[in-house]
Design a protein around this ligand. Sequence first.
Ligand code: NZQ
Ligand code: ZN
Length: 388
Amino acid sequence: MLNFEHYNPTRIVFGKDQLPRLPELLNEHGATRILLVYGGGSIFRTGLHEKIVAQLSRFHVSEFGGVEPNPEYTTLMRAREQAREENIDFILAVGGGSVIDGVKFISGAIHYNGDPWEVLERKEGCTFTSAVPFGTILTLPATGSEANSGAVVNRSEIEAKRTMGGPHFFPKFSLCDPTQVSTLPQRQIANGITDAFVHVLEQYLTYPTGNYLQERQAEAILSTLIEIGPGVIGNPSDYELAANLMWCATHALNGTLRCGVPTDWTTHMIGHELTAFYGIDHARTLAIIGPRLYENSLDEKKEKLAQYGRRVWQLSGKDDEVAKQAIQKTEGFYHQLGIKTTVSEYTQETKGLAQRIRGVFEERNWVEMGERNQFSPNRIEAIVEAAI
Ligand code: NZQ
Ligand code: ZN
């Protein structure tokens, strides 16, 4: 087992009918002037907005709506201005990963003097040094953003998607109500299952380090997602299924799975480029890249792929065969969820794509990606080429 440090201060309030806890949770953090941030309008259609506003009567509330999927830098900068004008001391994010990530950016940018984009562009990682406290009301189980300190910000005008994070960016609390799943379109539920699934794989499909507990926890989440995924899509109002999906998604990226194990986030980093270039949903980019990346890295990942095949997919046989079949099973699972796994099923404009992504990686000095530094620019290019 590798050495590790684990820190996660986010209070998770999980279950239905928990909204009346909101004033108490806000008071705990001295909130008086709140910026309420949400997305494109589902909050109104589902009736959640009304219920939240009813809980906020004793606070000064300023609302900012319109954060789009893959939150846009320019939109978030407008929210920053509003927060500054309103002298906001707490932000409440209501939505999925995009709104929550957007709020993480706003919370860091409010008191940052200078151009916040420069911070996102830093090659050594984003380093906002302070953040206005924030909490979340989760409406879409997928990213785990409600329980971690990372965020991703999009800037369409330059086709860039950048990550940020750091210890200031843990939500103070997250209200996670599985009944929110009932209003989600099938496409978003499929995305959520896939994103959570790949978050686990990124922290699992590396090489064995004798961390038996973490491996079993990862396998438990993968097995649960396989067991419940199609059922949630078929019946999003089934509370037990929705609750299990929500808890799986939170657990997949709340920091526990990476304790004491190597990780490989290359699928995500390539996937972000596909979203930046084509606007393909985040989870779908992962389903496109993941299987091709595992094939490309069969030698480096064989032991864990075989373990995954045996324990999660109940396969048997020699390591080589089980590893290959495990990749096929994974891709088959995405197809079962209705997720396509090639770039050309989303766009015909793929000329030069692999070279372009290679160029982005080289420019950012990501030239030794992967748990064994195995992914050179050549291999990144080959993975993308195979995914087209
Ligand atoms: O905007 P509204 O109208 O609210 O509609 C949203 C949006 O169109 C809708 N929706 C959300 N909850 C709903 C609902 N519709 C009906 N009923 C509800 N209860 O769903 C659409 C998609 O929402 P979005 O927040 O974009 O989806 P998701 O949660 O998948 O977030 C994706 C973003 O998170 C980033 C991704 O890169 C992407 O930008 N990620 C964040 C991570 C993190 N912070 O840890 C990790 C991930 O790997 C990921 O990169
Ligand atoms: Zn993801």
